[in-house]
Design a protein around this ligand. Structure first.
Ligand code: UD1
Length: 418
């Protein structure tokens, strides 16, 4: 298994280009199922999760071709709507295939995603909404079997604003009969990006970016060309890393409006962040002030940057409280950060981080995607030795060439193949 090694101590300097967003690319690829033509998607990052969704869709008859012009997705020969357990268990977002398959084929068979490292993560809200649109669902041997002649538009209220739930139902609704109104919908930029992609196919959607989305079903859609938004979590990871190492980096493609909660918190830490033509110019402070954060749905502080921010707070002056409100059990990185000398106490969904002057290099284990990034950031400031981050396959699910990008900014970081 590959591992990443880091010799900390170098402030990051230079320019880095942000890749297309994983969480916008996955629904965009799934949306191609809605219309049996050749679609072109641009900005799709080279990540394991993207290869997984392609593999599942290839099994259904979809064809993919990557070229200079982008990724061509041809779903004209779709024959089947099955997503097998062996692939779904590696990526929960496979549930995104359910809405479009039901809308296009009137049937789907998707393995129920299992639990994962960051809590139970159920999909009950996706299923409840599809039932209210007339789908017939039942569970058999770990698979969701879904059928519908033609889905009907319906009012849907999400008890919790769920990102992939909102996306799934939006895709189901674009070909349904009549109007669907999503209330308490997720407002994340990736939801709006999917709405843009669907409108490019001829869908009628309004209100994305707010908590109420209206979708008027249409009979047919057509092929589209769509470019996904830059990855705000990757951009936020570089922002935090630059602040943490006292660096000076221009993050190209970073959209400040997608990261305003993070920008404000980093300013309170003492970093300077200035929007520039290419993206965001970040200058880290010599000393870091501690600040509290609470993760929230967009536009609040993103849960996908909580672990990275905790690494930063581990080397800040004073104590900070980090409260996780989106997922249960999303503190599994804490025990690994502690192995590097971080002083963190967990109490329920709250972590008390007592900042210290520096961290110590150590062999550590990545436990999930964002936890891996936080350990790499910790490694960038750990002095006198080499930090070794194992189980790096988690990182490859969601960050494109992370170590190469850090190398380009002057970090001493490299990958060793097992
Ligand atoms: C998406 C992102 C993930 C991010 C998360 C929160 C993708 C592919 N992944 O995940 O990176 O961390 O949003 O910003 O876009 N819930 C239910 N029932 C449901 C659905 C969700 O109870 O049917 C709960 C979850 O357990 C969680 C909360 O709702 O507590 C929010 O989860 P959700 O927004 O659905 O996360 P994902 O869409 O899986």
């Amino acid at each position: 298994m590959d591992k990443i090694l880091i010799e900390g101590g170098e402030p990051l300097r230079g320019r880095v280009r942000i890749s297309g967003a994983k969480n916008a690319a996955l629904p965009a690829v799934a949306a191609c199922l809605l219309c049996g033509e050749k679609h072109v998607l641009r900005g799709i990052p080279g990540l394991r999760d993207i290869r997984t969704i392609q593999e599942i869709m290839s099994g259904m008859g979809a064809e993919f071709q990557s070229g200079n012009n982008g990724l061509t997705v041809d779903t004209s020969n779709l024959r089947d709507g099955e997503a097998p357990y062996d692939l779904v268990r590696t990526m929960r977002a496979s549930i995104l295939l359910l809405g479009p398959l039901l809308a296009r084929l009137g049937r789907a068979r998707i393995s129920l995603p299992g639990g994962c490292a960051i809590g139970a993560r159920p999909v009950n809200l996706h299923l409840k909404a599809l039932v209210s649109m007339g789908a017939d669902l039942h569970l058999d041997r770990g698979y969701i079997h879904a059928r519908a002649d033609r889905l009907r538009g319906a009012p849907v209220f999400f008890d919790i604003p769920t990102v992939t739930g909102t996306e799934n139902i939006m895709m189901a609704a674009v070909l349904a009969e009549g109007r669907t109104v999503l209330k308490n919908a997720a407002r994340e930029p990736e939801v709006s990006d999917l709405a843009d992609a669907l409108r490019g196919m001829g869908a009628r959607i309004e209100g994305d970016g707010t908590d109420t989305i209206l979708i008027d079903g249409v009979r047919d859609l057509h092929a589209t060309t769509h470019t996904v938004i830059p990855d705000r979590i990757e951009a936020g990871t570089f922002m935090i890393a630059t602040a943490m190492t006292g660096g000076d980096v221009v993050i190209e493609g970073c959209r400040g409006e997608h990261l305003s909660a993070v920008v404000q918190k980093l300013q309170s830490v003492g970093a300077e962040l200035v929007p520039v033509k290419e993206g965001m110019h970040v200058r880290g402070p010599g000393q870091h002030r501690s600040v509290d954060i609470k993760t929230m749905p967009f536009p609040g502080f993103p849960t996908d940057l909580q672990a990275q921010f905790m690494a930063l707070m581990s080397v800040a002056d004073g104590s900070s409280i980090i409260k996780e409100t989106v997922f249960e059990n999303r503190f599994i990185h804490v025990s690994e950060l502690k192995r590097m000398g971080a002083e963190i106490e967990i109490n329920g969904n709250q972590a008390l981080v007592r900042g210290r002057a520096g961290l110590l290099p150590a062999p550590v284990m990545a436990t999930d995607l964002r936890a891996s990034a936080s350990l790499i950031l910790a490694g960038l400031v750990a002095l006198d030795g080499v930090t070794e981050v194992r189980r790096i396959y988690h990182l490859d699910r969601g960050y494109e060439n992370l170590e190469t990008k850090f190398q380009g900014l002057g970090a001493r970081i490299w990958r060793e193949k097992a």
